[in-house]
Design a protein. Sequence first.
Length: 279
Amino acid sequence: MKTTAQEFRLSEHKSITLLGMSGVGKTTLANKLDNQQWFHYSGDYRIGTKYLEEPILDNIKAKAMHVDFLADLLRSDSIYICNNITVNNLEPVSTFLGKLGNPKLDGLEIKEFIKRQRLHRQAEIYAMLDVPEFMKKAQDIYGYPNFLNDAGGSLCELDDEEVFQVLSDHTLILYIRANHVHEELLCERAVTAPKPLYFQEQFLNDHIELFLRQNNLNAIEEIVPDDFNSWVFPKLLEHRKPLYESLAQRYGYSVDLEDIQNVRDQKDFIDLICQSIDK
């Protein structure tokens, strides 16, 4: 939503969507706010516990069935497998998304990888369209005056106008812009500990082709999954930056990472947003 600093500061119920790359500090910021005053809605948590819950469990069970001891117990219903997803532990979601490449190295074949990418995209759309409902629940059921939507890093990739309009109609969208130092840190992490990523399909297809050509590979099955993710991450980061900026210009506001890092509490956070609005 577009507003004035005075209107925002005086509003009885504040609702904000945080936008930015994974690792930029959205969840850390959320944890600095008074948990008696702010309902923390995590898009990735909603994805994992609602819209991808069954596919995630099926993926874990499929892995377990390769272990004879566990397979016998599962077949006889002697054990059951469940998720333990929390706002601060979303590992089952990223594990399900997986990495593209050689199946012998725990990579996914392209058909399965694309299937999971599409499931994740649809789940993220649904999770964001749920925001108005959860805003109402937060106030009516739990008595929270304020609402914080901690959106996933891939939100800018959705290319779904309805999602952005719904978020803009109900929340103030705030883009956290990373600085060069932090971008380098994220790229270093992508090398030392590559994580599963979501891609727009055209971006993915173009960069698979480029990676194969640069590394003299003949097929996707030859790709070392971690090598591809480490290589593609800086390119994905550069691809997403203008998408974030465009969303912020059209629907909301921007703040720099340095300013977010200086936020200590709710007052600092509100002051920072008002400064961004006034710009």
